[in-house]
Design a protein around this ligand. Structure first.
Ligand code: SF4
Ligand code: SF4
Length: 64
């Protein structure tokens, strides 16, 4: 269970990176990526994925 970032939509604003409770968001090839192995979908910490909540770009972050 994880979310993913579409690098073609990501503007590299960096807003999502500090919001991730599991530090699963990393700079990658000029944009950002989510490390699937550690992304928990924020379960147990927040009632919704914090990266999805903060990202302003439609369709940029989606469930895998
Ligand atoms: S869903 Fe939560 S744990 Fe997964 S990358 Fe987004 S902020 Fe991090
Ligand atoms: S908040 Fe959205 S646009 Fe900004 S770096 Fe994260 S995924 Fe990319």
């Amino acid at each position: 269970m994880a979310l993913k970032i579409d690098r073609n939509i990501c503007t590299s604003c960096g807003d999502c990176e500090p919001k991730c409770p599991t530090k699963s968001i990393k700079p990658f090839k000029g944009a950002y990526k989510i490390v699937e192995d550690t992304c928990t979908e924020c379960e147990g910490e927040f009632d919704e994925p914090q990266c999805l909540k903060v990202c302003m770009e439609d369709g940029c972050i989606e469930y895998v």
